[in-house]
Design a protein around this ligand. Structure first.
Ligand code: KIV
Length: 282
């Protein structure tokens, strides 16, 4: 991570592979968190469609709309100084037609102020990726355990355990790179496959549940900060326990309100001495 204040650009992210400088990516959904996550020098803030789960409380990412992404992306853009701002193409923006994908990518960049879009899919997404890139919108690809295909996978399961699956994911990764993506998220695959793909493509790979051999890592900020209490998969390292901090803080506030110790005189304003008397005399 760098703490320098200049803006992170797509060419810099692309060059990070040859410079052997790992990319640090986390998700963000609002301006307050964006400001906090940006300051320590994160390279990419991703407005992920994981917002469907951690913000909206859905069981998966499928219900997230383009308008939802745009709303959160605009909020995040107001908190960013340095990080590159990437936003997810949600389910309906991604799965219908190339024209629709291009239209949605353009809205996410124009209305949401994203600097790139991320879209899930391999060979089948290559045409859309190429059209979006040719329109001047940088694209991050996403292959492996792609959460928008949760129903096809029968759950959020590691992909690439079978030979045939590994061959398909490898082909998908090459197709996405060939289509013009400048970065590739590898999610939920064995680390050996991630290492092989990372060596085989010229663009940087960013892993989540894909082991240590990628060119960068991404995590959902709520997960790494310990806000998602019941979510502890093997790939996740929790760097804080904010759920406990939040509950302790709210319990302390509630106790102070009940006991009358908050607000105290230091949190209250009073009239200047004599004001009440002067008012009474009027
Ligand atoms: O939506 C999301 O947060 C993501 C990352 C976990 C890669 O796609």
């Amino acid at each position: 991570m760098k703490t320098m204040s200049e803006k992170v650009t797509v060419p810099q992210l692309l060059a990070s592979k040859s410079r052997r400088r790992r990319i640090v990516m986390v998700t963000a959904y609002d301006a307050t968190f964006a400001r906090l996550l940006d300051q320590p020098g994160v390279d990419v803030l991703l407005v992920g469609d994981s917002l469907g789960m951690v913000i909206q409380g859905h069981a998966n990412t499928i219900p997230v709309s383009v308008d939802d992404i745009i709303y959160h992306c605009r909020a995040v853009s107001r908190g960013i100084t340095r990080a590159h701002l990437c936003a997810d193409m949600p389910f309906l923006a991604n799965k219908v037609s190339v024209d629709r994908s291009l239209e949605c990518a353009a809205r996410i960049v124009q209305e949401g102020r994203a600097e790139s879009v991320k879209l899930e899919g391999g060979e089948e997404a290559a045409e859309a990726i190429n059209r979006i890139v040719r329109a001047g919108i940088p694209v991050v690809g996403h292959v492996g355990m792609t959460p928008q295909s949760v129903h096809a996978f029968g759950g959020f399961r590691t992909q690439g355990k079978e030979d045939s699956e590994r061959r398909k994911i490898r082909k998908d990764a090459l197709a996405v790179a060939e289509a013009g993506a400048f970065c590739l998220v590898l999610e939920g695959i064995p680390m050996e496959l991630a290492a092989d793909i990372t060596k085989s493509v010229a663009i940087p790979t960013v892993g989540i549940g894909a082991g240590p051999h990628c060119d960068g890592q991404v995590l959902v900020s709520y997960d790494l900060l310990g806000l998602s209490e019941d979510f502890s998969p093997k790939f996740l390292k929790k760097y804080a326990d904010l759920a406990t901090s939040v509950k302790e803080a709210i319990a302390a506030y509630g106790a102070d309100v009940h006991s009358g110790t908050f607000p105290g005189p230091e949190h209250s304003t009073s009239l200047r001495p004599g004001t009440a008397e002067r008012r009474r005399k009027k």
